[in-house]
Design a protein around this ligand. Structure first.
Ligand SMILES: C[S@@+](CC[C@H](N)C(=O)[O-])C[C@H]1O[C@@H](n2cnc3c(N)ncnc32)[C@H](O)[C@@H]1O
Length: 269
């Protein structure tokens, strides 16, 4: 009988393949089988050595190539066949990635595993949009929340969040999976006291060559995002720190604009 293999739960980062950690790269290079999600960048999937079996788990909010139970079963089955299984997920596996549930399933089946952290999209998108998530005088903390909830596979449940505590002008709010409920989210935050003028941003496909950033205010974000036809994956950042993007937006800068950028920003400092 073959010895049981092991599973590496690996965060692949938000999109730019260069944001993969060395530990993640080494796990991919030594994989005997890979199970990967929709949000894993194609360039990263191409790092899987030729001939290594790969399984597309294809998770997104609405469409699932496999159910979570099927994914769990596949990980267990591949590991029991003796493989080093790499479970690749976008961002960090343990942030809105159900990595914890998969790890618990491995524990249940006595399968050894490791967890390799990835750069979560909040950090990747914020950095590539020039938005410090905390900043002296603007935000003393940051909260990551989900803007979409499902009871089980595909069954949506209403977004019941503690809006009073979320509407804190001194804390940056990062909303994952918030696009479909953007109107509700901004409305609730205003109803619970967050000023309508609070700067707010939507970032689509952050850290990739397709990155789009839209900066608005809390009361205009939903309309502007709809007009600009933003699509998943999109992350929302709400808070005073978003105002810094006007000065720190380095990634979208074209080489021809660099002189202009510095003269404008130095004048504002
Ligand atoms: C199921 S959650 C997975 C989050 C992931 N585990 C992480 O740590 O980033 C998917 C959501 O993450 C956000 N997201 C992931 N990658 C993104 C990217 N490159 N740009 C913008 N948002 C992204 C979007 O809000 C998307 O709906």
């Amino acid at each position: 009988m073959k010895a049981t293999g092991r599973v590496s739960l690996v965060g692949a980062g938000p999109g730019d393949p260069e944001l993969l950690t060395l530990k993640a790269l080494r796990a991919i290079e030594s994989a005997g089988a890979v199970v990967y999600d929709r949000l894993v960048a194609d360039e990263i999937v191409r790092l899987i050595p030729a001939g290594v079996p790969r399984f597309y788990a294809g998770k997104s909010c609405k469409h699932k190539a496999m159910t979570q139970d099927e994914i769990n079963d596949l990980l267990v089955k591949l590991a029991k066949l003796g493989h080093h299984v790499v479970r690749l997920k976008g961002g960090d596996s343990l942030l809105f990635g159900r990595g914890g549930e998969e790890a618990l399933e491995l524990v249940k089946h006595h399968i050894p595993f490791e967890i390799v952290p990835g750069i979560t999209s909040a950090q990747g998108c914020a950095s590539y949009a020039g938005i410090p998530l905390t900043h002296r005088g603007l935000a003393t903390g940051v909260r990551y929340i989900t803007g979409h909830r499902t009871a089980d596979e595909n069954a949506e449940i209403p977004l019941e969040l503690n809006w009073d505590s979320l509407a804190d002008p001194d804390t940056t709010l990062v909303v994952y999976m918030g696009l479909a409920n953007l109107g509700v989210i901004t409305q609730k935050l205003m109803e619970h006291g967050l000023p309508a003028s609070t700067p707010a941003a939507a970032i689509q496909q952050g850290t990739t060559h397709e990155q789009r950033v839209l900066v608005a205010s809390l009361d205009t974000l939903a309309v502007k995002v709809r007009e600009a036809v933003f699509e998943a994956p999109t992350l929302l950042i709400i808070g005073k720190v978003v105002s810094l993007a006007a000065q720190l937006d380095w990634y979208m800068l074209q080489p021809a604009d660099v002189d202009d950028f510095f003269s404008k920003n130095v004048m504002q400092l």
